[in-house]
Design a binder for this molecule. Structure first.
Ligand code: AMP
Length: 550
């Protein structure tokens, strides 16, 4: 439905500019803290759109970012899709090979790069044909010579602050984000204009993650992860103040932003909130009095963490989502009839992944193909559908066949649903490890390890870890007479060269045989049960090896 009647992002930006011209967008950046109003934001976004036109970007072209959370990145959030182009947010924490693959698969024309990530992308681009014809722009006031990138400020400088934003169709692709699957290459998920519109509107309902014009919203979840869970769009729709934490914020940076900017709503993976708790417990004074709500998702929020924030007057909303869902699926709001219940009952409910967001439908199918009863005990695989759930993977027909059934997305998450409708994750069918909110492909590591001389079998599993939720541990079977110490040394050095440091297993353990299923496949479940002792990974990740945003 074109002609200005379609479900598109444009009205959110228009409204924020007209109703809240003086509301601020604040960012911690490598150049210090910056402040812009929505009025200035609208001018700069129009300049960006004109600059992209001038560069030759056309409707449907893909424009990529390789950035942390900051105002310039937010300018691309409306500035790119509102022209009819598609914003592709690249995850800079991925191994080089994955970055090469997705730049090529997405057919990116131009990439906006943070200075602190220049070395990373230069490394991935060096000698890689996938980057042929791709140009770079440096996200700052200075260019980056190594990438032949002009400064963003220079790129937009001479352009008009007026732009004739086109009427777009709801089906127009607006965003693109890749997700790492069990096997094979990352899969692209396209967000159409109407998916982002409906996700924003659902977020704004009381059972979503609603915001008001008085709110001060700080997304800590990276803007390369499913549009920072859509928060920049929701905050703009509400006319709220934005606060962006910039490159690699540590707990002290977050504490300072919360205090000094009066943050009321923030969001991130558990590791972020565990880090802030540790910082406070270590005796650092952080005034959390303005903070009303923290949304924790991406991995399970421990109940003790929810309780710690409760004690400080900060309400934790535990949320579950996926890249394929733009990403919000469930939010753990307390139903009104539970408000009189005792605290233990309430916090128990709130620790579950929560109630399905209004607008979505789900079903849970057990091993016999039957729908489970909602009794909090029976479990099965969660399938979900709705207006902001993708219907297919980008250019991946074979993945479409495997991961959708009768219009439902098969999530790969194994869940229970209780009598009140609270969904809880109990397992995953997908063979991946999520550490600090970032995926590690166990299958890819296994293949890499099995290539070492002397290794006859290798299985990598995620072992529970207090801070990172999961860490990888490799279990290997070796031929007789192999020098084990030398082999471990060789594997660890090799993996460190090939993968980001935080992918490297915390331990390599020797076993006699990898347990198998009836059909002869590695049984990760048995392996975890037999050997997946938490002590294997305790305290094993040095700070500087961690995924950087945490
Ligand atoms: P991604 O596509 O990277 O956002 O990852 C989505 C997956 O992360 C889900 O399918 C779950 O396996 C996991 N996940 C997301 N949120 C939660 C949560 N609150 N608790 C446990 N696992 C979660």
């Amino acid at each position: 439905m074109p002609g200005g009647h379609a479900q598109t992002l444009r009205p959110f930006m228009w409204r924020a500019e007209r109703l809240y011209p003086d509301t601020e967008i604040v960012s911690r950046t490598h150049e210090g803290r910056t402040r812009h109003t929505y009025a200035e934001y609208a001018d700069r976004t129009a300049r960006l759109a004109n600059a992209l036109d001038d560069y030759g970007i056309e409707r449907g072209d893909r424009v990529a970012t390789f950035c942390w959370n900051h105002t310039r990145h937010f300018e691309t959030y409306f500035g790119v899709p509102n022209t009819g182009a598609q914003l592709h947010t690249i995850n800079p924490l991925l191994p080089d090979e994955h970055i090469q693959y997705i730049v090529d698969d997405a057919d990116d024309e131009i990439i906006f790069v943070d200075p602190s990530l220049a070395e990373k992308i230069a490394g991935a681009a060096e000698g890689a044909a996938e980057f042929d014809g791709v140009d770079f722009v440096a996200m700052g006031s200075e260019g980056i010579d190594a990438l032949d990138a002009p400064a963003y400020e220079e790129f937009i400088a001479d352009h008009s602050t007026e732009y004739d934003w086109p009427d777009l169709d709801g089906d127009q692709p607006a965003g693109l984000c890749y997700t790492s699957g069990t096997t094979g290459k990352p899969k692209g998920v396209e967000y159409t204009q109407s998916m982002l519109w409906s996700h924003t509107m659902a977020s704004q309902t009381p059972q979503g993650i609603p915001m008001e014009d008085s709110d001060v919203v700080m997304p800590v979840v990276p803007m390369f992860h499913v549009n920072a869970w859509g928060m920049p769009f929701t905050a703009a729709a509400a006319g709220a103040k934005h606060v962006y934490p910039g490159p690699s914020p540590d707990p002290a940076d977050l504490g300072a932003l919360i205090e000094e900017e009066g943050v009321t709503i923030s969001a991130g993976v558990p590791t972020v909130w565990l880090g802030l708790r540790e910082h406070v417990e270590a005796g650092n004074d952080v005034d959390l009095s303005t903070l009303d709500t923290v949304i924790i998702g991406g991995a399970a929020a421990p109940q003790a963490l929810i309780e710690w924030y409760d004690e400080r007057g900060v309400e934790v909303l535990h949320a579950w989502g996926m890249t394929e869902l733009s990403p919000i699926g469930t939010v753990s709001h307390l139903k009104s009839d539970l408000r009189e219940a005792d605290y233990e009952t309430q916090v128990n409910k709130r620790s579950k992944q929560g109630l399905v967001a209004p607008g979505l439908e789900f079903e849970v199918i057990d091993e016999d193909g039957e729908e489970i009863p909602w009794d909090g005990e029976a479990f099965g695989e969660l399938r979900i559908r709705g207006p902001w759930v993708t219907k297919e993977y980008f250019k991946r027909p074979e993945a479409n066949e495997e991961e959708f059934v009768d219009g439902w997305l098969k999530t790969g998450d194994v869940v229970t649903v209780d009598e009140d409708g609270y969904m809880q994750l109990v397992d995953r069918t997908k063979d991946v490890i999520k550490s600090g909110g970032e995926w590690i492909s166990s299958v890819e590591l296994e293949n890499a390890i099995m290539a070492y001389d002397g290794v006859s079998e290798a299985a990598v599993v995620g072992v529970p870890h207090e801070r990172w939720q999961e860490r990888p541990v490799a279990f290997i079977v070796v031929a007789e007479g192999v020098d084990r110490d030398e082999l471990v040394e060789r594997i660890e050095t090799g993996l460190r060269d090939e993968y980001p440091k935080w992918w490297v297993p915390d331990a390599v353990e020797f076993i006699d045989e990898v347990p198998k299923t009836a059909t002869g496949k590695f049984s990760k479940k048995d392996l975890r049960e037999q050997y997946g002792d938490q002590s294997l990974v305790d305290g094993a990740v040095p700070e500087d090896d961690a995924p950087e945003q945490e």
